[in-house]
Design a protein around this ligand. Structure first.
Ligand code: ZN
Length: 403
């Protein structure tokens, strides 16, 4: 009994083996692929047989992420990479060593802020001289043509001739000094004379230009506009901008005389004057043009007007004003509204200054366009069309569909 049972088992086993060998002998490997490991999966060797059977073996362990660098073109000091397998992103910050060593060379010719075709200008709002120097050099490396330095943002101990000289001589590009009562570093409480003194000191230190606010030495600009409208109209000025009731612009002849003396003084020192108005109202193209001409008559080098409004209709007014001023104004002008569209487009229509921010910080107002965008716009080939070229392009038969 026992023996026969064992015999039967042996027979079954032998048969099974024979059948198995028969099967193996008909299966042939048709392909063998070595699959490399990634951060997501192990590596293996895959064999495909003639009957469709797939076998994976010779496993290798998962690897680290494989990062490939990419750039979104915004910040040069940031290195971004993404893993080609799992998509994991990595951001590294490159510490750029920016020297704050400055050689002051009083024999250097003073650069001109108003003398270019276009001024891609980086706004510098820093609390210390060292930080201002670093910010200027960083923006210069990123393509700025010049700088607007808020000298009134510097801490009090850095509002000295020596400290200001470091700022003015840390670059050979032109620096325009601004003394506003801006409060990002605490209240400034500068009097009109304080502002004028700080601007004078900046020019003495080597600034290329100063920002003269058109309300300097005026305590009620709006009242002066209505009071002296007829006075200036009698002298042939278009005073239509008075109807818009703009802020910051004075029409009092006595005040304007004082401003004129200051402008003459800055010119005598070898620097230039930008006269600025932040109108805080919407203005039509005609009103903007009239105001710019009134400002030009003050003997300044650049008339800067910032108006309100961000709708497309207001932007059209700003662009129209820029177009007219390009033809009719002798001095440079900078006109834009409080919108990205206006800030971007007005320089394309002749507005001299394109205000930019190199690196957005807590203090830097993010209402300005970033420097990379602005330089790309003005230095990139496809955007180099001037107005005439564009108008010609859109008026051409193939664009208008005319026969
Ligand atoms: Zn990965």
């Amino acid at each position: 009994m026992k023996k026969s049972l064992i015999c039967l088992l042996v027979c079954v086993l032998v048969c099974a083996l024979l059948i198995g060998c028969e099967t193996q002998s008909t299966r042939e490997a048709v392909s063998k692929t070595v699959v490399d490991p990634t951060c997501l999966t192990e590596g293996y060797t895959e064999t495909v047989y003639s009957d469709g059977y797939v076998k994976r073996d010779s496993f290798t362990p998962k690897t680290d992420h494989e990062f490939v660098q990419f750039s979104d073109g915004t910040q040069e000091n940031v290195l971004r990479s993404v893993c080609r397998y799992c998509g994991m992103e990595k951001t590294e910050y490159i510490e750029r060593e920016i020297s704050t060593e400055v050689t002051i060379d009083p024999t250097r010719p003073r650069p001109s802020f108003a003398g270019l075709d276009k001024m891609i200008c980086a706004m510098i709002l820093e609390n210390t001289t060292e930080d201002a120097v670093r910010a200027i050099r960083s923006a210069e490396a990123n393509g700025a043509y010049g700088f607007m330095v808020y000298v009134s943002c510097l801490q009090k101990e850095d509002r000295t001739l020596e400290a200001l000289q470091k700022i003015m001589y840390c670059t050979d590009l032109p620096v325009l000094a601004i003394a506003y009562n801006v409060s990002m570093f605490g209240p400034q409480n500068l009097t009109f004379d304080d502002m004028a003194d700080l601007l004078r000191l900046s020019v003495e230190a080597g600034a290329a230009a100063v920002d003269l606010q058109a309300f300097l030495w005026s305590y009620d600009t709006r009242a002066s506009l209505t009071q002296y409208r007829a006075y200036w109209e009698a002298k042939g000025f278009d005073m239509s901008f008075v109807s818009a009731n703009p802020a910051e612009i004075c029409a009092d002849p006595a005040v304007l005389e004082k401003q004129r003396a200051f402008t003459d003084e800055i010119h005598a020192m070898g620097a230039e004057v930008l006269l600025s108005v932040h109108a805080s109202v919407q203005m039509s193209a005609g009103q903007i043009v009239a105001m710019a001409k009134f400002m030009e008559a003050q003997g300044i080098d650049i008339a800067k007007i910032v108006v309100s409004g961000s709708s497309k209709d207001t932007v059209m007014e700003h662009l129209e004003a820029c177009k007219i001023l390009s033809e009719q104004l002798q001095c440079k002008f900078s006109v834009h509204g409080q919108s990205t569209l206006s800030r971007l487009m007005c320089p394309m229509f002749g507005s001299y200054i394109a205000f930019c921010v190199d690196e957005y910080t807590q203090v830097q107002t993010n209402i300005q366009i970033d420097l990379d965008t602005m330089t790309a716009l003005f230095e990139g080939g496809e955007l180099k069309y001037d107005l005439e070229t564009l108008v010609g392009l859109f008026a051409s038969p193939e664009m208008t569909g005319a026969r």
